[in-house]
Design a protein around this ligand. Structure first.
Ligand SMILES: *Cc1c(COP(=O)(O)O)cnc(C)c1O
Length: 396
């Protein structure tokens, strides 16, 4: 038996070994806390990768799930259901004029965005089919979204042949962006804040250039807000901070408060071309997930967004004091999407924090990522930061 991970043996026996999991068996979660099978409680600064953003098992979300699961679980998209209709109305109200397609995950939401861009290009008789993507981008793990994701060439070699039609430019490099865009460009797919890629924030100049170029060259701006959207940045969409008007927006992760749900929202110039038969999904827009999502959207009021912004400022301010530790290279973030980049391996920090009762995540080997739930108290925030500070004191 592996002493440091008693669950690994079972995992290797039954699962395709795709995940590097922490050695915890979790049994319960409420608000900002999760419990393991021994009854030990942890503060959660990860929220299931920003899925439980309104807190674990939010009572409104749980009640909606109970209500809807008593009424009906699934009927397929050959019929209408009330939660789907209401959610579509609520989502498109946030992005006026848009139309929505509901799916089950981020990768699916991005797949639809890619298809919509190609549909738009075909209807507009565009000369090429190029979608510009960026360094450090993460868009999912299906074959097309893996192609859009920046990753090791080794991985792409293994899983190739990959679809053509993607070109990569360095993130936040205005000159490179101007150079790569041309008459073959049909869309630019961009994360306003790169989450998996290590919490890199777009610069205002970069996003403005993107906007200006899209008017001149007529291509679509697709924003992947799967991690940065739904309030996490302190605005409904992170691109709202940049004054960018996207043609397509993708959402997932926090949308249904813990259930799987993806959404692709398209502006009229794009949505007008879609017709029955071009896309679909068996489970997409599951009524229980939609009922949960309605409750999440109801919570994302202007007041809530202001609260997230203030919490984010406080978190960022306390994290910037960590720069006194020799292992800290930089601290950065936006709203409640914050990070500490180390000039050392992040794994020991994650482990030590867990031992002290705090769950955090490490991306890109050396970037500690913090995605706390939106409505934690200042006291909980301080407790988490005190734990984190003591972890840094231990390891520096
Ligand atoms: C998580 C994520 C995805 C993929 O979402 P899945 O639900 O895992 O398919 C895509 N883009 C971004 C920015 C993400 O953070």
């Amino acid at each position: 038996m592996n002493k440091s991970n008693p669950f690994l043996k079972t995992e290797l026996r039954y699962f395709l070994h795709t995940f590097k999991r922490q050695p915890l068996l979790l049994t319960k979660a409420r608000g900002t806390y999760v419990w393991d099978h021994r009854g030990r409680r942890y503060l959660d600064f990860f929220s299931g990768i920003s899925v439980c953003s309104v807190g674990h098992a939010h009572p409104n979300v749980v009640a909606a799930i109970q209500r809807q699961s008593n009424a009906l679980l699934h009927v397929s998209n050959y019929f209408y259901t009330q939660p789907q209709m209401e959610l579509a109305a609520a989502l498109t109200k946030r992005i006026p004029g848009s139309r929505v397609f509901l799916s089950n995950s981020g990768a699916e939401a991005n797949e639809m965005a890619i298809k919509l861009a190609r549909l738009w290009a075909s209807k507009n008789k565009k000369a090429g089919r190029e979608i510009v993507v960026f360094s450090n981008a993460f868009h999912g793990r299906t074959i097309a979204t893996l192609t859009a994701t920046d990753g090791s060439t080794a991985m792409k070699k293994i899983f190739g042949p990959l679809p053509s039609g993607f070109r990569r430019a360095p993130y936040n490099d205005i000159a490179a962006l101007k150079k790569i865009i041309g008459k073959r460009t049909i869309a630019v797919l961009v994360e306003p804040v790169q989450g998996e890629g290590g919490i890199h924030i777009a610069t205002r100049g970069f996003m403005k250039t993107l906007s200006d170029l899209s008017r001149r060259h007529r291509f679509l701006i697709i924003v992947d807000e799967i991690q940065s959207g739904l309030g996490r940045s302190g605005r409904f969409l992170a691109c709202d901070w940049f004054g960018v008007k996207p043609d397509i927006v993708t959402l997932a992760k926090g949308l249904a408060g813990g259930l799987p749900l993806g959404a692709t929202l398209a502006a009229p110039a794009v949505s007008k071309h879609i017709a029955p038969g071009m896309h679909g999904s068996t489970f997409g827009g599951n009524p229980v997930a939609c009922a949960a999502a309605l409750e999440v959207l109801k919570m994302l009021t202007p007041n809530a967004l202001r609260h997230i912004h203030r919490q984010g400022q406080y978190l960022s301010q306390r994290l910037s004091a960590f720069q006194r530790f020799p292992s800290v290279k930089s601290t950065r973030g936006m709203g409640l999407l914050q990070a500490v980049e180390l000039n050392a391996e992040g794994a020991p920090y994650v482990e030590r924090a867990r031992e002290k009762g705090l769950l955090i995540n490490c991306t890109r080997e050396n970037v500690l990522r913090f995605l706390p739930p939106y409505f934690m108290t200042r006291k909980e925030m301080n407790r988490a930061l005190d734990i984190l500070e003591s972890v840094f004191e231990d390891l520096n």
